[in-house]
Design a protein around this ligand. Structure first.
Ligand code: BGC
Length: 761
């Protein structure tokens, strides 16, 4: 391959290389027939294929494809094998429809529930998001179709996405926003990464050398090419220099000319252009290894897979009095326009043209024998409060044994391009739930949504709630299976459901102003925030009930003292203590008992989904590597493995920890001294290499005070210590002034010189 690339590069002219760096049309790269180089085709993603037959068209109806559950629902499965299987199925559709690269998955963090694209993203936690993104990419690429991991990075709101500068401190960036991408890149080597539209701490992501070259390539070892989001490039040459290989869409002859002119003028090194083109060639040639377009995909099998995933994504949020599962008997009122016009996906570039869509009310009738189903609309999307529809629904509910209410935001509320403005359901739906629940104690709410919704206005009156997410085309059957007990729900929330929007971590900083959004909450998003402020939530991250019950044994550790490089093995027995088969998602969080820098109380570092027959026990084992205990220290520009005690917390949600154990990690990491004269005395003393350097000076000062103040020296020393603790070293000579002899001043001066020497040398 490398030989072939070198040969091609040698044959290509500067004009051809420049042309290659910009799309030929909306969805294809440039073919260079003269050297036998074909074009490759890309298509959206992420939860289904949006193959537009005409490559010149941006918004045409796409070819029929399977609309799988969206990423938000995929994440609720916490099932990496299933997500891998989804990747494989997507690849089959790509191969059938002549697509070389699928534009997904999206792996931005859920910083605020308002982000219009949260349905396209996995989680509020980078470990969960990273694992699922890697599984998706590995599945897809195992069948010869490339992925495009997007939107790199910090596209966590749609509001002003083309201009907003996300101001994120280095720790939050590394530990949250980059971490999910890092995990996915390292575990799956996506063929491409798509840069985000927004800016990051100044530069546009499309022109961000530190992001696209230093971090992505040099630190993480990314080998593929970077593609722009559609129209995200402002300065083509600057973007190329920064590491952006392919600008989409094309054609843009003016841009091609700019690249050629830059090479001629010497502002763009031809060698840099060559490297970039080589990255494109590698992927283009690799794509040729899997012939595309010779046939159909298995529509039925993919529909069945979509249903399986939808089933595992359903989260049983509440089930008072074990109302669910329902018996297949008596009469059931089915209410809500969402039961006839299901809310299966969000808006924007991820819209799929489904091969078919299951209608919940029809599916219930067809699938469940022995029940008399009756439908009442109850509300109309965008319809406002309609007393007639409400009365009809109340009557239907009153006359039935059980009532199912299907609810969702109005279609179009969750979409690319803009954010939501609220997290409540439309007021007519809230009124409907309240009115129905008042007359029918056996009411089940089935909610379809792609991001957290508020439920406080009605949930106390409703015994059972199913979070059915954005289920894709086959969700209705899966919901029926869960409602009537053919399937035991096993999904868990991948994001916290807050009580109110005002409680959410980014509330005071979102959406920013003057084209700038400050991520003022830093490391504390999602459960990290709610833990920190000890604020109640509606449903915590990781929550989800089952029709059976599980018991957790003790946490077993491979050692109570371990070296960082060995890592730690953690095992726990989980038993199905109920009388139905079920699946439990076992979650492992790490709590750093003491650390130099402030850390979230706990962080997810492992999870496993286990299937258990009634009475069955299985041992779940996790391997924690050193990174599971590390934090990022911007002063060192490195992940720090600090010696100390860590608590391992194992539970069924972020709020329900059933077992814990403690272990001590011994770090083998040696850190260079990064102190400067601008660090405070306290920081110097807290530092392993700083403290010994500073001690002679402090001793000298102590001696001076002793000589001057005799009996009072101890009291004075204590006061002096208090005063100098938070002073930078630099200010000590001025602080002591003439009270400190020249000799002692010399110690400080010498110290400062040493520091300079270390820093410069
Ligand atoms: C979206 C991307 C998408 C691209 C191509 C952009 O507007 O942000 O996610 O892949 O369009 O449709």
């Amino acid at each position: 391959m490398e030989e072939k690339i070198a040969k091609l590069l040698a044959q290509l002219t500067v004009e051809e290389k420049a042309a290659l760096s910009i799309g030929a049309n909306q969805w294809q790269t440039v073919a260079i027939d003269r050297v036998g180089l074909p074009a490759i085709t890309v298509s959206d993603g992420p939860h289904g294929l949006r193959r537009i037959a005409d490559p010149e068209a941006l918004l045409h109806e796409s070819l029929p494809a399977t609309a799988f559950p969206t990423a938000s629902a995929l994440a609720a499965t916490w099932n990496v094998e299933l997500v891998h299987a989804l990747g494989e199925a997507l690849a089959e559709e790509c191969v059938a429809q002549e697509v070389d690269i699928l534009l997904g998955p999206g792996n931005n963090m859920k910083r605020t529930p308002l982000c219009g694209r949260n349905f396209e993203y996995f989680a509020e936690d980078p470990f969960l998001g990273g694992e699922l993104a890697a599984a998706y990419i590995n599945g897809l690429q195992s069948k010869g179709v490339g992925a495009s991991l997007k939107h790199f990075v910090a596209n966590n709101q749609e509001q002003q996405r083309f201009v907003v500068d996300a101001r994120i401190d280095e720790r939050a960036l590394r530990e949250l926003y980059l971490a999910g991408f890092e995990r996915a890149v390292k575990q799956s080597q996506p063929w491409t990464v798509m840069c985000a539209y927004n800016r990051l701490n100044g530069p546009y992501c499309s022109q961000h050398a530190r992001l696209l070259t230093k971090i992505l390539r040099e630190e993480w070892g990314f080998e593929g090419f970077v593609v722009s989001d559609w129209g995200a490039v402002y300065d083509r040459v600057a973007a190329l220099v920064a590491g952006l290989d392919l600008e989409m869409p094309g054609p843009q002859s003016r841009r091609v000319q700019e690249v050629i002119a830059a090479v001629e003028k010497g502002t763009l090194d031809e060698a840099a252009l060559d490297e970039s083109v080589a990255r494109l060639l590698r992927v283009i040639l690799r794509a040729q290894e899997t012939p595309k377009g010779q046939g159909n995909f298995d529509v039925e099998a993919h529909h069945a897979l979509a249903r399986r995933i939808a089933g595992e994504a359903i989260v049983l949020l509440k089930n008072e009095g074990a109302l669910l599962p329902l018996e297949a008997q008596g009469s059931v009122a089915v209410i809500g326009e969402a039961a006839q016009r299901p809310y299966i996906m969000g808006g924007g570039s991820s819209r799929v043209n489904p091969t078919r869509v299951e209608i919940p009310f029809e599916v219930l009738q067809a699938q469940v024998e022995g029940v008399e189903f009756r439908y009442a609309m109850g509300y109309r999307y965008e319809g406002g409060l309609d007393e007639g529809l409400l009365d009809e629904a109340i009557t239907a509910a009153r006359e039935a044994d059980v009532t199912l209410i299907y609810v969702s935001p109005n279609p179009g509320t969750e979409s690319e391009g803009y954010d939501r403005t609220r997290i409540e359901l439309p007021q007519e739906q809230v009124a409907l739930i309240q009115a129905v629940a008042a007359v029918q104690p056996h009411t089940v709410v089935v909610a379809h949504n792609g991001s957290a919704i508020a439920m406080s206005a009605w949930i106390d009156g409703v015994p059972a709630v199913l979070e059915a997410g954005m289920m894709g085309q086959a969700g209705a059957g899966a919901i029926a299976d869960v409602l009537f007990g053919k399937m035991n729900p096993s999904g868990k929330l991948a994001e916290t459901y807050p009580l109110r929007l005002e409680d959410t971590p980014a509330h005071t900083n979102y959406p920013g102003e003057h084209n700038t959004v400050r991520y003022g909450e830093g490391l504390f998003i999602g459960y990290r925030y709610y833990d920190e402020v000890q604020r109640g939530v509606l449903f915590p991250f990781g929550h989800g009930l089952s029709y059976t019950t599980f018991a957790y044994g003790e946490v077993q550790l491979s050692a109570t003292d371990f070296r960082d490089e060995e890592g730690l093995r953690v095992s726990v027995d989980v038993t199905n203590t109920g009388d139905r088969a079920g699946k439990e998602i076992v979650q492992l969080y790490v709590h750093d008992v003491e650390s130099r820098l402030r850390r979230p109380y706990k962080e997810l570092k492992g999870f496993a989904k286990v299937a258990l027959e009634p009475g069955e026990t299985r041992t779940v084992t996790f391997h924690l590597d050193a990174r599971a205990f590390a934090y990022y220290d911007p002063a060192h520009g490195a992940w720090i493995r600090e010696s100390g005690t860590f608590e391992i917390l194992v539970g069924s949600s972020s709020a329900e920890i059933h077992a814990r154990a403690t272990a001590r990690m011994e770090s083998t990491q040696t850190l260079p001294c990064v102190l400067t004269e601008w660090n405070t005395v306290e920081e110097w003393l807290a530092d392993e290499c700083g403290a010994p350097l500073l001690h002679p000076l402090l001793e000298a000062i102590r001696g001076q005070i002793q000589r001057q103040f005799g009996a009072d020296a101890e009291r004075i020393t204590e006061r002096v210590w208090q005063h100098i603790q938070d002073r930078p070293l630099m200010s000590l000579p001025a602080f002591f002034g003439e009270h400190v002899s020249l000799e002692e001043q010399a110690v400080v001066v010498e110290l400062l010189e040493q520091i300079r020497a270390v820093r410069e040398g």
